[in-house]
Write a protein that binds this ligand. Structure first.
Ligand SMILES: O=P(O)(O)OC[C@H]1O[C@H](O[C@H]2O[C@H](CO)[C@@H](O)[C@H](O)[C@H]2O)[C@H](O)[C@@H](O)[C@@H]1O
Length: 285
């Protein structure tokens, strides 16, 4: 295994290059060149927080990194599809990404979706859980210590301790106990524990469905929930030697090591991703 390759990128395990044996190291330029030959059959997936947008203490204050939106807009007509796959609600993504043509939004780990600016569709099995999640958010605000930030997202509740790291253990213990009591699922993240309805939907399932008949895909993510998306690309590549999948981690001090370990390439930050995608447009045109 060789590392690093160039600039801000680190190469990790071998990539599946069509029918050929993987060449090691395959760097980002080579991966884009391989993608160029199949761009109309390739889907680009992006996580939002920590990937397109730098992390902020206040989850309502985040904005995409410079160059990221312009690069996505340039890439959209060159590839089959671009999709944002996030734990945020679709409406939040819409507000923060603007009306990007040809971009699909998957929110709340796929419990919501909207295609090319169309209406937001919610997974019907999740809807009966809205009152439970609202009550849970109220309870969290009443019972958790000051310094915990409670984010209510209609179909999930995120419990944050970024500004009070000393509360992490207590918040997680409380959250997991509530999940057991209410029959909810938990998703750990970067200084956050999220409680979700017991509905089978995650980033890996979304990606698996979208790439079923694609010729290739790239997935960019920074958090542990993104590892399921990487696994979906790996599974597709294992089933179809012609599929070309690239998993890209965005570095961070919390989950970065675990995510990079599961990825093919690592990019330093959301800002570096803006440059990386701008460069990619040159490979695909
Ligand atoms: O799937 P994602 O788009 O990556 O969403 C994951 C979580 O992102 C947000 O929390 C994270 O970003 C916040 C703003 O930078 C930061 O303050 C927090 O510590 C991070 O965990 C979002 O607020 C959560 O709801 C998402 O689950």
């Amino acid at each position: 295994m060789s590392r690093p390759t160039r600039g801000t990128l680190t190469r990790v395990p071998p990539l599946n290059v069509g029918n050929q044996q993987p060449r090691t190291p395959l760097n980002a330029d080579e991966a884009w060149r391989t993608t160029a030959g199949r761009a109309p059959r390739t889907v680009l997936f992006f996580d939002f927080d920590g990937t397109l947008a730098p992390v902020d203490d206040d989850p309502t204050a985040v904005q995409p990194a410079p160059k990221v939106l312009a690069a996505i807009e340039s890439l959209a007509p060159l590839v089959r599809r671009i999709a944002i796959v996030s734990a945020r609600p679709v409406e939040f993504l819409r507000e923060h990404l603007g009306g990007l043509d040809g971009v699909d939004l998957y929110g709340l780990y796929g419990l919501e979706h909207s295609h090319s600016g169309g209406e937001t569709v919610t997974e019907p099995a999740a809807l009966p859980w809205v009152p439970t999640m609202a009550e849970l958010a109220d309870l969290a605000r009443a019972e958790l210590p000051a310094g915990t930030l409670v984010e209510f997202k209609r179909l999930s509740v995120a419990l944050h301790w970024r500004t009070a790291p000393q509360l992490g253990d207590a918040v997680q213990e409380w959250g997991r106990a509530q999940a057991d009591r209410l029959g909810l699922r938990v998703q750990a993240g970067r200084m956050v524990l999220e409680l979700k309805p017991p509905v089978d939907r995650d980033k890996g399932m979304v990606i698996g469905e979208v790439i079923r008949d694609a010729g290739g895909a790239w997935y960019f993510g920074d958090d542990v929930s993104d590892i399921k998306a990487f696994a979906a690309l790996r599974a597709r590549a294992a089933a179809d030697p012609d599929f070309f999948g690239v998993c890209v981690a965005v570095a961070n001090p919390e989950t970065g090591q675990e995510v990079a370990h599961a990825a093919d390439l690592t990019i330093d930050s959301p800002a570096a991703l803006g440059d990386f995608l701008t460069e990619a447009t040159h490979h695909l045109t």
